[in-house]
Ligand binder design. Structure first.
Ligand SMILES: [Fe+2]
Length: 494
């Protein structure tokens, strides 16, 4: 793969010009704090300073066979020098580890000390452009100068990585979460984009991709269980904009490319440069790009009606078809999410989403969707079924105003749902399935996640019996403080 050509073709380096403009702004700061004073629940999007460590108070019964570390990550620092980022995705990564051991639950959290975090802390102000906030106070060397390390925390091969999508993984200490440094999988891959959604093969190793909006290319990685790069590739994807996640089956890698036009411009953020191209007479489709694992080349491109996508469930081969689950959003979600930073909740956000299973029929050249669940986000499947036939999909259900308020385990064969609604005063974060040792089914284990108790302003670890979600949590482990809202995480059993 020609790394230099790949990077230079992306917009990462196109934003290099120093315009002197600075729009992480005092106005967003002022509006957010005025809104927070009226609505304490907005504290979920408040700034975090320093590190955290504490013991949780447990109610209910913590299962004896659930032991391990729940690694999670999300943006924690939104404010500096009286200014506030304009988009939720901009904040600096705050790595968290919930440890379940000996009947106790402890928590630790600290910022990933990226180049950006250290430089901006020292300067006392934001310096660099980020996803949704245009800034150009200081020039940058490459993508990793801008790396926020804020999207996922992945245990892999005895190490733990804080993931972003525009640059390298950042290794952190599995115990203390102290930053070790940028991970270069192979010398010629330095600073290449490495998505926050790698797929771990249950037999070991991982698949991942890297996409720079505007580059017209997606890089592909296959990494062995020992951390060695097995294969890399590049596919051509014309008019490719934001591609955040993918799905992996036994034979294919599946990408969805939403219809955005990428505007040129050095005075706009990445998010602002994404112009929705899915409306009107010249609307473009949502493309399904299917890559053969054998050749790392595009096998076929299908089309679906124009929609936006963040997250997939799982993919599997069903005879001559490939099936995968995905959450589809109607229209341009990126801009709506931005308002959260100013304390504006987008009323319509998740209510315009739907979880579907897509069947790719190669012979007919058609992609057919069937509904699995209504407005939702954060799909996950049990780790042991990644890439193969699965029958259960975890989804968080919509509670309105960008607040997810229920956990749902969907039977993807029958459509039946086992769900629990937390109700008013709660905001639910991603939940993951944790199988028992030698689990005999996808529900033979626990559903573990975090929910924010908005009234008390504290973070709570939740543990459900995966076979009986509707019975409510087996245990809640309540911290004495608020934890920054995470995007994604992974459970490492002890
Ligand atoms: Fe994500």
């Amino acid at each position: 793969m020609n790394r230099r050509r790949f990077l230079e073709s992306g917009l990462g380096l196109a934003a290099l010009a120093l315009t002197g403009a600075a729009r992480a702004d005092a106005e967003t700061y002022r509006r957010f704090h005025a809104a927070l004073a009226r609505q304490p629940a907005l504290a979920v999007y408040a700034d975090t300073v320093g590190s955290q460590a504490g013991q949780a108070v447990i109610s209910g019964r913590l299962p004896a066979d659930l032991q391990g570390s729940f690694y999670r990550n999300g943006p924690g620092r939104f404010e500096l020098g009286g200014e506030r980022y304009q988009h939720w995705f901009d904040g600096d990564g705050f790595a968290q580890r919930w440890t379940i051991a000996g009947g106790r639950v402890s928590h630790r959290g600290r910022f990933v000390e990226t180049c950006r975090y250290l430089d901006e802390t020292q300067a006392g102000q934001f310096l660099y452009p980020s996803f949704g906030t245009h800034l150009a106070r200081r020039g940058f060397r490459d993508n990793d100068t801008l790396n926020a390390a804020n999207t996922n925390l992945l245990p892999f091969n005895g190490r733990v990585y804080a993931l972003w999508e525009g640059g390298s993984a950042t290794e952190v200490d599995p115990d203390t979460l102290a930053t070790v440094g940028l991970k270069t999988w192979r010398d010629d891959l330095r600073a290449m984009p490495f998505s926050a959604h790698p797929k771990l093969d249950p037999q070991g190793g991982m698949w991942n991709f890297g996409a720079l909006p505007g580059s017209g290319r997606i890089a592909l990685y296959q990494i062995g269980s020992d951390g060695q790069v097995l294969r890399t590739g590049v596919i051509e994807v014309p008019r490719q904009a934001m591609v955040h996640d993918f799905a992996v089956s036994a034979s294919h890698l599946i990408f969805l490319v939403p219809p955005y036009d990428l505007q040129p411009g050095n005075s706009m953020s990445f998010a602002e440069r994404h112009r929705w191209a899915g409306d009107g007479p010249s609307a473009r489709p949502l493309r399904v790009v299917v890559v053969s694992k054998d050749s790392l080349t595009v096998r076929k491109v299908f089309e679906l009606p124009p929609q936006m996508v963040f997250h997939f469930g799982n993919a599997w081969e069903d005879g001559a078809c490939t099936r995968f689950d995905v959450v589809l959003h109607a229209g341009d979600v990126l801009a709506e999410l931005g308002g959260l930073m100013a304390g504006e909740r987008p009323a319509s956000l998740q209510s315009r989403s739907e979880a579907v299973q897509v069947c790719l029929d190669y012979a007919a050249g058609q992609a057919r969707t069937s509904r699995l669940f209504g407005p939702s986000e954060f799909p996950r499947v049990a780790p042991q079924v990644v890439g193969s036939r699965h029958r259960r999909l975890v989804l968080l259900g919509d509670g309105g105003e960008a607040v997810l308020s229920s956990v749902n385990l969907v039977d993807t064969d029958t459509g039946t749902v086992d769900s629990y609604r937390f109700g008013a005063g709660w905001q639910v974060e991603e939940h993951v399935l944790v199988p028992r040792r030698h689990a005999r089914s996808e529900t033979d284990g626990y559903l573990v996640g975090v929910a924010q108790d908005l009234r008390k302003g504290v973070g709570v670890l939740t543990v459900f019996d995966a076979a009986r979600v509707s019975a409510g949590p087996l245990a809640l482990a309540r911290l004495p403080y608020r934890t920054p809202h995470c995007f994604h995480g992974n459970f490492l059993s002890a």
